[in-house]
Ligand binder design. Structure first.
Ligand code: XLS
Ligand code: NI
Ligand code: NI
Length: 443
């Protein structure tokens, strides 16, 4: 099998912060222990198949720019799928991430019939199984691409036509089988086109019930086949449909409760989806952790001035540290990990650009882990928060929380004792300085 990334002949190694080798890790030292686990175990990096290997750099204004020979339309589809997988595994190994993720259609091209699509996927799953055994790579998650084809223009599970629902269900069943066979740690459902453009042609209640039914079928089937990974929904607002049903973590949690799924489904939080929803990344993490539905992260970033999913590689330690801090406070990853749902800019067309991009992103995440771990170890932030709420541990606070007093009791109490609390400083700038000092100290 021909080597593809020939300008990067050997795996990327850790050389330390003093190194000026642009193709070495300066911070990601996979065996370094941070809060009782190695960096590799804490960060659980995953590489995505779609942007890195199944996309040629085309955008709506222009043709592909990348050197990805297997994407040549004239290539034999299954030969190309094998060639793509060879290049992908060569990259996975050279970059040194333990996991990868795929859509069914990333690894096997759709056939003329559903039967042919299934057979092709099975062939490629056989090949992936063999390559995973040879390389020790693991699958972070699989997912079905049920949004690309014209049949899904009005949604998959939320489509007005039950035959489209059936098609999507069949596709998810097959992809869940594939994920199970490859030992996937999770199975992801991004909403895709599960939303609507205008209420003038939409029955919202009908569509939500369909989505609830669909996801209950997924959970049922997971148990039927003994898949032990987590089922994850990936919230995203306003793209591709104007009103996506899985807008953000809080919306998804309410939806899961409505359909009795809150104990069976968690979320995969994408950094730039949080931004597009008008939230900070750490808010989305906290919202999920608080409701017990935190699963995994698509690590990327957006652009301050572009209102769409630019999927850039993470490079802000300030932004990521705060998210990692909330993840660590919540106990860290269980089945999840940091999966790079990231794409190169269209002009980054040299083969080794994929390495520069991931080296930078992995170092950014490693630095963020070190900052977040230091914030945890110092404990100062946590004690500022617990001091701020200390009043709730008093007798009065406990009686309110336990439901022992009502409005009339509190009215009488405030009247009798002339309760008139003085406002206290929230100390935001002081605390932000504390975070910045930690960053200066640690990295
Ligand atoms: C799109 C999503 C997608 C999912 C996988 O915005 O991020 O890439 O992660 O379907
Ligand atoms: Ni994503
Ligand atoms: Ni996205």
């Amino acid at each position: 099998m021909a080597e593809f990334f020939t300008t990067v002949p050997k795996p990327i190694t850790y050389e330390g912060p003093e190194s000026d080798n642009p193709l070495a890790f300066r911070w990601y030292d996979k065996d370094r222990v941070v809060l009782g686990k190695t960096m590799e175990e804490q960060l659980r990096f995953g590489i995505c198949y779609w942007h890195s290997f199944a996309w040629n750099g085309a955008d709506i204004f222009g043709a592909g720019t990348f050197d990805r020979p297997w994407l040549d339309p004239a290539a034999d589809p299954m030969g190309a799928a094998h060639q793509k997988m060879d290049a992908a595994f060569e990259f996975f190994q050279k970059i040194g991430a333990p996991f990868f993720s795929f859509h069914d259609r990333d690894i096997a091209p759709e056939g003329d019939t559903f039967a042919e699509s299934c057979a092709r996927l099975d062939t490629m799953v056989d090949y992936a199984e063999q390559k995973m055994a040879e390389t020790d790579m693991k699958l972070l998650w699989g997912t079905a691409q049920a949004f690309f084809q014209a049949r899904f223009a009005a949604g998959a599970a939320t489509n007005p036509n039950p035959n489209v629902f059936a098609h999507a269900a069949a596709q998810v069943k097959h992809c869940l089988d594939a994920t199970h066979r490859l030992g996937g740690a999770n199975y992801v459902l991004w909403g895709g086109r599960e939303g609507y453009e205008t209420l003038l042609n939409t029955d919202m209640a009908r569509e939500l019930d369909q989505l609830g039914r669909f996801l209950n079928m997924v959970v049922q089937y997971k148990h039927d086949i003994g898949f032990e990974g987590a089922i994850l929904i990936e919230p995203k607002p306003q793209e591709p449909t104007k009103h996506q049903y899985d807008y953000d973590s809080a919306t998804v949690y309410g939806f899961l409760q409505n359909y009795g799924l809150e104990n069976d489904i968690k979320v995969n939080i994408e950094v730039n989806h949080a931004t597009l929803a008008g939230h900070d990344f750490d808010h989305e993490i906290k919202q999920a952790v608080t409701n017990g539905i935190f699963g995994s992260v698509d690590a990327n970033r957006g652009d301050d001035r572009l209102g769409w999913d630019t999927d850039q590689f993470p490079n802000s330690v300030e932004q990521m540290s705060l998210g990692v801090y909330q993840i660590l406070l919540g106990g860290g990853f269980d089945t999840g990990g940091f999966m790079f749902d990231t794409k190169l800019r269209r002009q980054s067309l040299a083969r080794d650009d994929l390495f520069y991009a991931h080296v930078g992103a992995m170092d950014t995440m490693a630095r963020s882990l070190l900052v977040a771990a230091a914030l945890i170890e110092d404990g100062e932030l946590a004690s500022i928060v617990s001091d701020r709420y200390a009043g709730w541990a008093t007798d009065q606070g406990q009686r309110i929380l336990a439901g022992e007093v009502g409005l009339a009791d509190l009215h009488a109490d405030v009247l009798a004792n002339n309760i008139d609390p003085a406002p206290v400083s929230g100390r935001q700038e002081m605390i932000e300085n504390l975070v910045n000092r930690t960053i200066e100290r640690v990295i």
